[in-house]
Design a protein. Structure first.
Length: 293
């Protein structure tokens, strides 16, 4: 077993970068591209085999953010002790700068459903999520970032707007928020919400990272359409526009380009990240002009 780093490289900078996927492992290890940081899916590195050693190699040169998909923060039965222990071991090995998870559930009666399922936005569900986030943060010894979901249905008995639900989780647990701008746009389009209002309701101080991605539009037999968060294309202009609003509100925070299906060449992902950096740079220029005035 390769020993973990003795000291972290440093925090995640307020720059835009990309997710590290299996398709690019060899290229990254062999060429060490000019990337400021990488984000990886935690569950891909919890087992044995060569993949944890590859992450060790990447970690020696780049800050890492761990992004989980299997903790199931919305599970009424609580969190899996086994999963928490494996995740803590990975955190101790990799020493990531950020650790994040989704506002969703995926486990019932010990069965993992392999999907990020939506929660009913109720007081009972809020209590469950806050209890699980508190448990996870204590067990992992880290502050979590909780990501807003993309959704395609709403429960009839939901009583709390999603943006208020997420803000309440951050307020009650002290967790941070991973603001997925694409997810906000997708959910707002599907449900008739105001995406701008969603952003305005999130606490500025809690935003620790932003995600950007592409999505698809599917036509239904009813004649209606639905947007699907498939992470399989370039970030569309509608999401770039909402990202500009997010940067105006939250300032410059680490931003990730997510691309998980039909994965393109590394250069394509880096080009998308540079577009986000241009928006961040304009925000920084605005800061400098305001200070100089």
């Amino acid at each position: 077993m390769i020993e973990p780093r003795s000291a972290p490289i440093g925090p995640i900078p307020a720059q835009a970068e990309i997710g590290l996927r299996f398709a690019h492992h060899r290229e990254v290890v062999e060429t060490r591209p000019p990337v400021a940081w990488f984000e990886v899916h935690s569950e891909n590195y919890l087992g044995g085999g060569p993949t944890p050693a590859i992450l060790d190699s990447v970690r020696r040169d780049y800050p890492i953010s761990l992004h989980g998909v299997g903790l199931s923060l919305g599970s009424a039965q609580g969190l899996s002790p086994t999963h928490l222990a494996r995740l803590r071991a990975l955190i101790e090995r990799v020493e990531p700068a950020l650790v994040s998870e989704h506002l969703s559930w995926s486990v019932v009666d010990g069965l993992y459903l392999a999907d990020l399922l939506p929660l009913p936005m109720t007081q009972e569900a809020l209590d469950v999520v806050c209890r699980n986030v508190d448990h996870a943060q204590q067990a992992l010894g880290r502050r979590l970032l909780v990501e807003n979901p993309s959704s395609y249905l709403r429960y009839r008995h939901s009583t709390i707007p999603e943006w208020e639900f997420l803000a309440a989780v951050a307020r009650r647990t002290g967790c941070a928020i991973l603001c997925d701008v694409n997810n906000i746009f997708v959910s707002a389009s599907n449900h008739g919400w105001s995406a701008s209002r969603y952003l305005e309701a999130l606490p500025v101080a809690a935003i620790g990272e932003i995600h950007l991605a592409g999505h698809s539009v599917r036509e239904l037999e009813s004649g209606l359409s639905i947007r699907i968060d498939d992470h399989g294309s370039k970030v569309p202009e509608s999401v770039w526009s909402l990202y500009r609003e997010a940067v105006d509100r939250f300032g410059c925070v680490p931003t990730l380009i997510e691309w998980d299906t039909d994965i393109p060449a590394l250069e394509v992902l880096q080009t998308q990240a540079r577009l986000a950096d241009e928006i961040l740079d304009r925000k920084r220029d605005g800061y400098r002009r305001a200070i100089a005035a």
